[in-house]
Ligand binder design. Structure first.
Ligand code: MG
Length: 415
C-alpha cells in the first residue's frame, strides 16, 4: 500500500482527539451506550457539512464488493505458508484448532488457561454516510468474534487510511465522522478502542483489530455440527445489491432495473441495508450459548454459500449443509434477477457487508433461538437449511424459497 505514515503526526493526533476524545486511548467503556444513536440521526446530507451536494464517500475507493476480494484459493495458499510447527495444535484437547479461512485466531496465553481470540479486517467505503461507514466497519470487525460465540470484547484497535484525494475540507469534515461511528459502535458493544494507526493513501479505508481474552467455556469452536442440526441466519441477504441499486438511481444503469423496483423502494432498500449492516451480532453470540450452538460463521465478502462452505469444511463430523431458504432484503431478489449473473444473489455468491451469523443449532432449539433474538432485538432470524450426512460441503437447492424481508410494508417502519 502506498502511504505516508501519519501515526505520530499532527493530523493523526488532531483526528484522534476529534473522534475519540483523547489521543489514541479512548475512554474505557464502563458505561456502554445502550441505545442505538444512529437511529435518531438525520439522513446524511453533504451540504449540511458544507460539502458539495455531489460529494460521495464511495468515490474514494476504486474497488468494492467482490471486486476487492482476493480469490479464496489464493488466500488459502498464501496463509498455508504461515502454518508451522508452532501454529499447529499439539495434542488432544489443545485449543487453537481452527482452519485457515475461519473467522478468528485462537492463541492460548501463558496464564490461567485463557486464550486470546483475535480478528482483523478492513474496508473501503460502501455507503455515502461517513458516520454509518464507521459503524458498519466496527460492527463487521466485531462480527468475527461474535461468530465464535465471544460475548465480551476486551479491546479494539482502529486503522484509518485517509484518502490523499480528499480536499482538506472534505478530510476534516468526513474523517472525524467515520471515527465517531466506529467509536459509538465499539462503546455500544461494551468495548473500547485503545489505539490504532493512520496513514495517507489513495483510497479511504477503515479497519481494525478486535481481541477478547476468554476461558474455554466462553467461546465456541465452529466444528461440532451434527447430522440433524439446522442452519439459522440472523440477518437478511442483499446488502450489496441494495447499495448498488441505490447508487444507480438516476444513472443509465437504472433503466435496467426500473421495471422491477421503484425509486422509493430503492431508497428504502438502501436504508434497510444500512440498518442491518450497522447492527452488531452480539445478541446472536450471547444466545449461541443459551441454545447450545455447534458453531457459526459470519456472512461477508464470500457470500452465504462461500462462508457456508468454509464452515462445512471445518467440521469434525462427516456433515454437509443444504440451504433451502434465502431471506433477502425486500425487492433485492428481483433486482438481482434483472441484472443477470452480476450478483449471483440466489446462488449465494453475492458479497455481503456486515452480514448475519450462520449458526448450526440443534433442531429442537432453533425456533426458540430465533424467537429470543426477536424478543431481544426486534429483528427476525430464519431457519434456512439443514445439516445432513456428507463430505463437508455446502449447497443451495435448485429452487430455494426467497423470503422477502420484511414480508409486508409497514408505515413509517423499516422492518
Ligand atoms: Mg468472518
Amino acid at each position: 500500500m502506498a502511504g505516508a505514515m501519519l501515526g505520530n503526526s499532527g493530523l493523526a493526533r488532531q483526528l484522534q482527539v476529534a473522534a475519540l476524545g483523547s489521543p489514541l486511548d479512548s475512554e474505557a467503556a464502563d458505561d456502554p451506550i445502550t441505545g442505538e444513536r444512529h437511529k435518531d440521526r438525520p439522513e446524511f446530507d453533504p451540504t449540511a457539512l458544507e460539502l458539495a451536494p455531489a460529494f460521495k464517500l464511495t468515490r474514494f475507493a476504486d474497488l468494492k464488493g467482490r471486486g476487492c476480494r482476493v480469490p479464496p484459493a489464493l488466500v488459502e495458499s498464501v496463509l498455508g505458508g504461515l502454518s508451522n510447527e508452532n501454529t499447529k495444535p499439539r495434542g488432544e484437547g489443545e485449543v487453537g484448532k481452527i482452519g485457515v479461512g475461519m473467522d478468528c485466531t485462537i492463541t492460548p496465553i501463558r496464564l490461567g488457561g485463557l486464550s486470546m481470540i483475535c480478528t482483523t479486517d478492513m474496508f473501503y467505503p460502501v455507503v455515502e454516510d461517513p458516520y454509518m461507514m464507521g459503524r458498519i466497519a466496527c460492527s463487521s470487525i466485531l462480527s468475527d468474534l461474535y461468530a465464535m460465540g465471544v460475548q465480551e470484547v476486551d479491546n479494539m484497535l482502529m486503522f484509518l487510511g485517509v484518502s490523499s484525494k480528499m480536499t482538506e475540507k472534505e478530510r476534516d469534515k468526513v474523517i472525524p465522522l467515520v471515527m465517531e461511528g466506529f467509536k459509538d459502535t465499539a462503546m455500544e458493544a461494551g468495548t473500547k478502542i485503545s489505539g490504532g494507526q493512520t496513514v495517507l493513501n489513495p483510497w479511504l479505508m477503515i479497519g481494525g483489530v478486535a481481541t477478547s481474552i476468554c476461558s474455554q467455556e466462553e467461546y465456541i469452536i465452529p466444528d461440532t455440527a451434527v447430522v440433524g442440526d439446522v442452519l439459522v441466519l440472523t440477518k437478511p441477504l442483499g446488502t450489496g445489491v441494495a447499495m448498488n441499486c441505490y447508487q444507480w438511481l438516476g444513472s443509465e444503469r437504472w433503466s435496467r432495473i426500473k421495471l422491477v423496483i421503484g425509486e422509493d423502494e430503492a431508497r428504502k432498500g438502501y436504508k434497510r441495508a444500512l440498518d442491518t449492516m450497522a447492527r452488531t451480532n452480539r445478541s446472536s453470540a450471547i444466545l449461541m450459548h443459551k441454545y447450545n450452538a455447534h458453531g457459526a460463521t459470519d456472512i461477508s465478502g464470500l457470500g452465504l454459500l462461500g462462508h457456508a462452505q468454509a464452515l462445512a469444511k471445518n467440521q469434525q463430523n462427516e456433515v454437509s449443509f443444504v440451504i433451502h431458504n434465502l431471506p433477502v432484503i425486500a425487492k433485492m431478489a428481483g433486482v438481482a434477477k434483472a441484472c443477470g449473473n452480476m450478483f449471483s444473489l440466489l446462488q449465494g455468491q453475492a458479497s455481503e457487508t456486515s452480514g448475519g451469523l450462520l449458526i448450526c443449532l440443534p433442531r429442537e432449539q432453533a425456533a426458540a433461538y430465533c424467537k429470543d433474538i426477536e424478543r431481544m432485538e426486534g429483528y427476525q432470524s430464519w431457519i434456512i437449511g439443514i445439516v445432513e450426512k456428507g463430505s463437508r460441503t455446502a449447497r443451495i437447492i435448485d429452487k430455494p424459497r426467497v423470503i422477502e424481508v420484511p414480508s409486508k410494508e409497514k408505515e413509517d417502519e423499516l422492518w
